[in-house]
Design a protein around this ligand. Structure first.
Ligand code: ADP
Length: 877
C-alpha cells in the first residue's frame, strides 16, 4: 500500500470507527451468521466484515479465514476505503495493484476480491463487507446488488452494536449508581424517603423505618403526612401542591427542623432536607415528579441542648443565689426564689422548701415557700399558716417527715400506689411523682425541699444533678440564720444600749440632783464647823477635836461629791476638753507644787523629772492633765510608807510622751490589779485608815481616755507602784513660734494699755508674756481661770480682755456673759481665743458680743494688729 491509499479524512474516519467501540470485541452471532450467509449465497470460500483501522484491517466476522486481522498496507479493503466505492478485483494476479501482494502470492492466494464499503451513521467509511475467492471470478450485477444489500445489513448490525454497547454502558453506570445509592442509603445514619408529587411514599430506607417505628411495608404507598404531627401534616400536602404549581419552596430544597410523628404517637425532632429528583421523565411529565427527603434524627442533639439549657439554668440559679443572697434575704424573696428555681430546673408542677427547727427536742419542718395547691378556703388558710411559720410539720412518718426527720431522700414515681404515701385529703391535687431531698450541713439536716409532678420520672441522677443546688440551699439557710441571729443580736444590743443610756441619764440626773441636795446641807456643816473651830471663845479640847472631825468629814464628803459628779459628767459626755499643746514641765511643776507640802508633811522625798525631758509638748487639756497628775501624786503620797519616796519621770517614744509616778509605798497585790480604775473600788483600803473615795483612779482613767491617751500601772505589793500615762506628743510645728515683734515694728501708742489674758495653760500664758515684753505701750496682766479673770477685770480695769474659751470650770462664754452683765466690765472689749475652733462657735461668739474669735495657735502679727485696731478705737488712757 502506498500513502496515496490513505484518505484525506483518515484521522477523523479512524476516530469515528474507534468511537463505535466495536474493534477487538468478541465475535457476535449476528455478524457471523450474516458472513456465513454471504459466503454461502455468493459461493465464495471467504466472506469478511473488515474494519479498517489506522494500521490494520480487523475482522469483526470472518468466514473461511483464520486470521483476525492483517496489516492495512496489504489489505484490499483499504483500496475500497480510499476509493470510497465498491472494489471488484476479478483476478488479482493479473491486476498490477495486487499482483505482488503477499496475500496473492502466498496463502491465502487471493485471486478474486469484491468489497462493498460500510458507512457509519455519520457517513465515514469504516471498512467493507467483502468476499474472496482463490480463483478468478466475475461478479454479476445481481450478485453485486445482493452484496450491497448485505453490506447495508452489516451497517445495521454495526449500529445496533453501538447502541447496545452504549446501552450496556448506561446500564452499568446506572447499576453502579444504584449500588452506591443503596449502600449510602442503607449505611446512612439518616432516614431517606422518596415520595411522588402526591406525597405517596415510594421508597423508605431501614433507618427511617427504625426511627419512626414502622416496617417498610407499613409505609410504602402511604401518604407522607402520616409521619407528621397533625398540625404539620395538614400543611404538608398544601406545601407540596403549592411548590408544584408555583415553584415556591417552603420545604423543598430547604433544610429545616421539624417534628416527625413516631408510630407510638410521640414526636421526634428531625432535620428534613427535601430535594426534587430531576429526570427527563419528570421534566416531561409533571405528574411523575419525585422528591427525596432526608431525615436526620435530632433527638440526641435536642437532648444535649436540653441538658445544656438545664446546666445553664442551674448555674444561673446558683450564681444568683450566691451573688444576690443579700438582696434576696433582705427582700425576703430567698425562699420563693429557691422554690421557683426548683420547679423550673426540674420541670415540676409543685415545689416546697423549708427549714428544720427543733420543737420539743424533735425536728419539725418550718415551711418557707410552697407552690399553692389549695383547693378550697380551708386548705388556703392552712397553706397560709404553713408559710407564715405559724404552723410546723412534725409527723416523721409522712413523705415529708421521712426527709426532714429521717434525713432520707424519698423518691416515688407512682405515688398513687406507693405504700409510703398516706391518703391525700379529698380535693387535694393528685400527686403522681414525688421527690424529697434533705438539705444537710455537716451531717445535720437543716432543711429540705420537695418537688412533685414533673413530666418525666424522678431518679437518682436528678438528685445527684441537684447536689450543687442542695449545697447552695444549705449555704443560704445558714446565711439566713446568721443574718437573723445578727439582726436579733443587734436589736438586743440596741435595747441594751437604750437601757444603758436611760440608766446613765437617770444616774446623771440623780447625781446632779443629789449633789445639789448634798452640797446645801454640807455647806452649812462645813461653815458651822469652821465657826465652831474659830469661835472667839475657844472650845474645850475635846469639842475642838470633834469640830475638827466634823470639818474633815465634811471636806471628805465634799471631795467625794465633786469626784462623783466629775465622773458622772464625763460618762454622760458633758465634759468638754480643750486639747492643745501643753508643756510637760509646766504641768508637772504646777501639780508638784500643790502636792509638795503634803509630801513634806509626811516626810516623803518627792523628786521631779529631769528638766530636759520635761521640755516636751504634749497634746492635752492643761487643767485635766494637771488633775490627772494631782490624783496620781496624791495617791503616791497617801499609799506610801514612812520616809518613802516619790519620783516623777518623763520620757518619749513613738510619738507619745510617758509620765510615770513611782512610789515606794504599799503596792497593789497582782490579783487586784484588774480592779483598779473601777469606780468606788478601793481594793480593800476602805478597811484601813487612809481616807479615800475610790473614785479618783476611775476619773483619771476616763480623763486620759478622753484625751486619747493610755494609762497603766506596774506594782508589787509591799514594794511600791508605778502609775504611768501617755499622751500624744505635740507636733512641734503646731506650737506657736515665739512672736518676733521686731520683724515688723508697729508704731506703738504713746499711752499704756492694759490687756488681761485669761488662760489656764501656763505655757500659753508664758508665750503671751514673752510676746508682750517686746511691745511698748501695752501691759499684760494674767489670770489662770475665769473666776480670777472676772475679779481682775473688775479690779484692774483692763482695756482689752483676751480669753481662752476652753477654760476649766467656767468657760469663756460663761465668763463673757458675766462680764457683760457687770456695769464695771460691760464695755471692755473681749477677744476669744480657742484651741477647738468651729465656725458654729465663732458665729455664736460674734453674736454674743465678742469682738473676734481666733483659733489657737494664733497668728501673732494678726493678733497684734487686731489688738492695735481695737485699742486705737478705744482711745489711750
Ligand atoms: P481612793 O480615793 O481610794 O484613793 P482611787 O481611785 O484613787 O481611790 O484609788 C483606788 C484604790 O487603788 C485605792 O483605794 C488604793 O487601794 C489603790 N491605790 C491607788 N493608788 C495607789 C498607790 N500609789 N499605791 C497603792 N495603792 C494604790
Amino acid at each position: 500500500m502506498t500513502d496515496s491509499c490513505i484518505p484525506a479524512n483518515d484521522a477523523a474516519r479512524v476516530h469515528a470507527l474507534r468511537q463505535l467501540g466495536i474493534l477487538d470485541t468478541p465475535s457476535e452471532e449476528a455478524f457471523d451468521s450474516l458472513t456465513l450467509l454471504v459466503a454461502g449465497i455468493m459461493e465464495v470460500p471467504v466472506a469478511l466484515v473488515s474494519l479498517v483501522d489506522a494500521n490494520r484491517q480487523w475482522f469483526k466476522s470472518a468466514v473461511g479465514l483464520s486470521a483476525t486481522e492483517t496489516p492495512r498496507d496489504i489489505s484490499f479493503c483499504t483500496h475500497a476505503v480510499f476509493e470510497e466505492a465498491v472494489l471488484v478485483v476479478e483476478d488479482a494476479s493479473a491486476d498490477p495493484r495486487f499482483a505482488d501482494n503477499p496475500l496473492v502470492i502466498n496463502d491465502p492466494f487471493i485471486r478474486f476480491y469484491a468489497g462493498v464499503p460500510l458507512y457509519s451513521t455519520q457517513g465515514f467509511i469504516l471498512g467493507t463487507l467483502c468476499i474472496i475467492d482463490t480463483r478468478p471470478r466475475q461478479l454479476s450485477d445481481s450478485r453485486l446488488r445482493q452484496l450491497t444489500l448485505f453490506a447495508r445489513q452489516v451497517e445495521q448490525l454495526i449500529n445496533l452494536h453501538q447502541q447496545t454497547s452504549a446501552l450496556t454502558r448506561q446500564v452499568e453506570k446506572t447499576q453502579a449508581i444504584n449500588a452506591r445509592y443503596e449502600a449510602t442509603s442503607k449505611g446512612l445514619a439518616a432516614g431517606i424517603l422518596r415520595i411522588n408529587g402526591k406525597g405517596s411514599i415510594l421508597e423508605v430506607n431501614r433507618f427511617a423505618c427504625h426511627m419512626l417505628g414502622y416496617d417498610e411495608e407499613q409505609l410504602s404507598g402511604k401518604n407522607i403526612s402520616m409521619l407528621m404531627p397533625a398540625n404539620w401534616g395538614n400543611h404538608h400536602d398544601g406545601y407540596l401542591q403549592a411548590y408544584q404549581q408555583t415553584g415556591e419552596a417552603k420545604v423543598i430544597g430547604l433544610g429545616r427542623e421539624v417534628q416527625a410523628l413516631h408510630k407510638a404517637g410521640h414526636t421526634i425532632p428531625v432535620h428534613l432536607a427535601v430535594s426534587e429528583v430531576q429526570s427527563e421523565v419528570s421534566r416531561a411529565d409533571h405528574s411523575k415528579r419525585q422528591f427525596v427527603g432526608i431525615l436526620t434524627d435530632l433527638s440526641e442533639i435536642h437532648r444535649a441542648r436540653e441538658q445544656q439549657r438545664r446546666e445553664q439554668s442551674l448555674l444561673e440559679v446558683l450564681h444568683q443565689g450566691l451573688t444576690d443572697y443579700h438582696s434576696l434575704l433582705s427582700g425576703n424573696t430567698l425562699w420563693t426564689f429557691l422554690k421557683d428555681a426548683l420547679c423550673r430546673l426540674t420541670g415540676s408542677d409543685y415545689a416546697l422548701i423549708g427549714e428544720v427547727v427543733e420543737l420539743d427536742r424533735l425536728p419539725a419542718l418550718k415551711l418557707h415557700a410552697l407552690t399553692d395547691l389549695s383547693w378550697n378556703e380551708q386548705s388556703r388558710q392552712l397553706m397560709r399558716r404553713l408559710v407564715s411559720g405559724d404552723m410546723t410539720l412534725t409527723n416523721p412518718k409522712s413523705m415529708l417527715g421521712q426527709v426532714f426527720a429521717g434525713g432520707h431522700v424519698v423518691l416515688s414515681n407512682d405515688m398513687l400506689t406507693d405504700p409510703r404515701g398516706g391518703a391525700l385529703p379529698a380535693g387535694h391535687p393528685v400527686l403522681r411523682r414525688y421527690l424529697g431531698v434533705p438539705i444537710t450541713d455537716r451531717g445535720r439536716v437543716i432543711g429540705m425541699y420537695a418537688i412533685a409532678n414533673a413530666a418525666s420520672d424522678y431518679d437518682q441522677a436528678l438528685v445527684d444533678w441537684l447536689k450543687p443546688f442542695t449545697s447552695t440551699c444549705a449555704l443560704l439557710i445558714n446565711l439566713y440564720r446568721q443574718i437573723n441571729e445578727q439582726k436579733e443580736f443587734t436589736e438586743q444590743l440596741r435595747d441594751a444600749r437604750d437601757l444603758a443610756e436611760q440608766a446613765s441619764q437617770a444616774k446623771t440626773e440623780f447625781l446632779s440632783s443629789m449633789s445639789h441636795e448634798l452640797r446645801t446641807p454640807l455647806n452649812a456643816i462645813l461653815g458651822f464647823a469652821q465657826l465652831l473651830q474659830n469661835s472667839r471663845d475657844p472650845l474645850p479640847p475635846r469639842q475642838q477635836r470633834q469640830a475638827e472631825q466634823i470639818g474633815r468629814s465634811g471636806r471628805h464628803l465634799l471631795s467625794l461629791i465633786n469626784e462623783v459628779l466629775d465622773l458622772a459628767s464625763i460618762e454622760s459626755g458633758h465634759v468638754q476638753i480643750s486639747v492643745e499643746p501643753v508643756l510637760v514641765a509646766d504641768v508637772i511643776a504646777d501639780a508638784v507644787e500643790l502636792i509638795r507640802p503634803l509630801a513634806d508633811q509626811q516626810g516623803l522625798n518627792l523628786v521631779e523629772p529631769d528638766i530636759s525631758h520635761a521640755q516636751l509638748y504634749i497634746m492635752g487639756d492643761y487643767t485635766r492633765t494637771k488633775q490627772v497628775l494631782i490624783n496620781l501624786l496624791n495617791n503616791a503620797v497617801k499609799y506610801n510608807c514612812e520616809h518613802g519616796g516619790i519620783r516623777v519621770e518623763c520620757s518619749s517614744s513613738q510619738g507619745n510622751c510617758r509620765i510615770s509616778i513611782h512610789d515606794t509605798g504599799i503596792g497593789i497585790p497582782a490579783e487586784r490589779l484588774s480592779e483598779l480604775f473601777q469606780p468606788f473600788n478601793r481594793l480593800g483600803a476602805e478597811s484601813g485608815s487612809i481616807e479615800g473615795t475610790g473614785v479618783g483612779l476611775a476619773l483619771t482613767h476616763k480623763l486620759i481616755r478622753l484625751m486619747n491617751g493610755e494609762i497603766g500601772v506596774n506594782s508589787q505589793a509591799g514594794e511600791g507602784s508605778e502609775f504611768w500615762f501617755e499622751l500624744p506628743l505635740c507636733d512641734t510645728q503646731t506650737v506657736s513660734p515665739m512672736p518676733n515683734v521686731s520683724q515688723n515694728p508697729e508704731p506703738v501708742h504713746s499711752s499704756c494699755h492694759r490687756v488681761l489674758y485669761i488662760d489656764d495653760n501656763p505655757a500659753n500664758r508664758k508665750l503671751m508674756q514673752d510676746a508682750f515684753t517686746l511691745i511698748e505701750g501695752m501691759q499684760l496682766i494674767l489670770a489662770p481661770d475665769a473666776e480670777t479673770g472676772i475679779e481682775m477685770a473688775c479690779s484692774d480695769d483692763p482695756d482689752l480682755i483676751l480669753i481662752d474659751i476652753d477654760l476649766p470650770g467656767m468657760n469663756g462664754f460663761d465668763a463673757h456673759a458675766i462680764l457683760q452683765r457687770n456695769p464695771l466690765t460691760r464695755n471692755i472689749p473681749v477677744l476669744a481665743l480657742t484651741a477647738s475652733f468651729t465656725q458654729a462657735n465663732k458665729k455664736r461668739a460674734l453674736e454674743s458680743g465678742f469682738v473676734d474669735y481666733l483659733s489657737k495657735p494664733f497668728d501673732w502679727p494678726l493678733l497684734r494688729q487686731q489688738m492695735h485696731t481695737i485699742l486705737e478705737h478705744r482711745g489711750g488712757r
